[in-house]
Write a protein of this length. Sequence first.
Length: 256
Amino acid sequence: MKKIRLFANRDRVTRTRIVYIALTAGTVLIAFLLVLLNRWIFSLSESRLYDDPEYEAVSIISADSIGAPLSLDTRVTLFTQCERQGDERAVMPGELGKDQITERIGELWRDTLNVHAPGGKLKTGETVESVLRKSSYTATLRDFYHDETGAKLALWCVQAYYTADSGRVYCLSAQYDSRTGEVYSLSCALYENVRAGQAQDALVPFLTANGYSDTLAEQTILRSAQEEYTGTLTLPDGLTVLITYVSNEQYEIRFG
């Protein structure tokens, strides 16, 4: 009788093990079948997508253009729209460094002084070389935002300045594209050295700094009101340059 009970217990354990093994194997099999089913559904969806006559294939010849700067006219449009100024920030990869942008404002400052210094001397007697030697420079990198669209444009806000013996500060302020180095705007305060009739000449450093011919300045359409001149110059690529020139004070030039 004991032998019969022992055999029955063993038989029950064996059956239990067989059931567990069968459940495990069945679970694995079902999972495998589900994976195959999902792969089949995905392949079918992929085939329908690429075989759709409405699908447009795009071939990228070169990846070099990905991440490249936008065209100048697009960036100028952003420049005229982005008004909110962000905080000063560090230079990112692909942007001009502080030394590079300081070198550029130095060249623009020299060319601007030469416009207003016939014979190499300003009206107050300082030579261009003396002013350049004693000039100081500041450069701050900021993002400018267009809140409605979320667009932004990174600009170097740079200034060259010189303090004369009289205490008066002559300065040139400019905004440069952080990646390509175009000058979007400049303002120059040279006071008595800003003479009537020099508005077109004042445009030359701005044009050459942006790669345009200096002869284009002659095409500027000027309107005068006493000692103030306002002008518009349409460039060959369709961009517009605006100038406001106030004799014996200062002037501003910018893309518009």
